[in-house]
Design a protein around this ligand. Structure first.
Ligand code: PLP
Length: 366
């Protein structure tokens, strides 16, 4: 029986459209900065990919900066905005959180429902040096909880600040538009949507302040030097085009898979963020009394790939910072498991994943 892959939030399988675009791009020789015909051929591939990514997030094509992934894009925005202060939400991905803290960021708390506490954010903004850069993700990688970005954006605007939105997990699962979000900076990642790993983009709103972190050959309009990764850009562009085109249907299909999974979970399973607005593909849940690391290994042996909601390092499971910020009990947080579906998931995958979880719980109880 085939393997059930239910860890799309970690990395999605490559879409066939992306593989095809990469294969074709790998056969083209040339540096996109060269002016001869070979250079122009690779330049065309790069700019077509840029256009696809721009169109997927409603941006101007010249404002899409290719990077090595969402992590680098977040760092470029956090540093390149040259803001007088930085504010970061308590549930940001480490890719953003750790760098923001290194820059001296203040942390905006979240409610028990996982949303940024708007009154607390307003108070932090009031005291922060201006302009402040506020970093908030559109959707959380662990819980799938979607932030009320419109309300956050209006607080940030009122305070004369700049908004950085990490949409790495949102793209392809809900509508993403830099203009509608009223963000100055938007970050996306290719491998979360079925493109290749190692590429992402920083998207700038028109007029957003930006200073490059490195000087170099002037690529990406001087914003991120170094010869561009043409094959990866081609794959990212192809994945972004399909993900954006199919997003409405995908959201409905994904929610059906997620709901099938959650309905089939053992009765005492606790689903985090169930009452909040969530991504349609993500389910973070705890099986009381079952250790997450044991469960991940047992499920893997049963042919189901899921992720632990807690952070594991040197064999020790640490409580998830996200669940801690939401006030979840430490013991419960340590048993959190994440299932995340995507473009190639089937109803059978959802049923088999839930059945494997139920079998694991029965085995633990025996
Ligand atoms: N932001 C979020 C919300 C993520 O889930 C991830 C990846 O897990 C990242 C940023 C980092 O993305 P990348 O792997 O492209 O650097």
């Amino acid at each position: 029986m085939s393997f059930v892959y239910a860890d799309y939030n970690a990395s999605a399988p490559l879409r066939p459209e992306a593989a095809e675009a990469m294969n074709a791009a790998l056969r083209v020789t040339g540096n996109p900065s060269s002016i001869h015909s070979a250079g122009r051929a690779t330049r065309r591939i790069l700019e077509d990919a840029r256009e696809s990514v721009a169109s997927a997030v409603g941006a101007r094509v010249e404002n899409v900066v290719f990077t090595s992934g969402a992590t680098e894009a977040l760092h470029l925005a956090l540093r390149g905005a040259r803001a007088a202060s930085v504010i970061v939400s308590a549930t940001e991905h480490d890719a953003c959180f750790a760098e923001a803290i290194a820059l001296g960021a203040k942390v905006a708390p979240v409610t028990r429902g996982g949303e940024v506490d708007l009154a607390a954010l307003q108070a932090i903004l009031r005291d922060a040096a201006k302009p402040a850069l506020v970093a908030v993700m559109l959707a959380n990688n662990e819980t799938g909880i979607v932030q009320p970005i419109a309300r956050i954006a209006s607080l940030v605007r009122e305070a004369g600040g700049l908004l950085l939105v990490d949409a790495a997990q949102a793209l392809g699962r809900m509508a993403v538009s830099i203009g509608d979000l009223d963000a100055s900076y938007l970050v996306v990642s290719s491998h979360k949507i079925g493109g290749p790993q190692g590429i992402g983009a920083l998207v700038l709103a028109p007029g957003a302040p930006f200073a490059a972190m490195h000087a170099g050959g002037g690529q990406e309009r001087g914003r991120r030097p170094g010869t561009e990764n043409i094959a990866a850009a081609a794959g990212f562009g192809a994945a972004a085009a399909v993900a954006a085109r199919d997003v409405e249907v995908a959201a409905v299909r994904l929610a059906m898979r997620r709901d099938v999974f959650e309905q089939d979970l053992p009765r005492d399973a606790i689903v985090f963020g169930r009452d909040s607005v969530r991504l349609p593909n993500t389910s973070l849940f705890a099986l009381p009394g079952v250790r997450a690391e044991t469960a991940v290994i047992a499920l893997d042996l049963a042919g189901v790939a899921v992720s632990s909601g807690a952070a594991c390092s040197s064999g020790k499971v640490r409580e998830s910072r996200v669940l801690k910020a939401m006030g979840v009990d430490e013991a419960l947080a340590k048993s959190a498991l994440r299932v995340s579906f995507g473009w190639n998931s089937t109803t059978e995958d959802a049923e088999r994943a839930a059945a494997a979880v139920a079998k694991l719980v029965r085995a633990e109880a025996a």
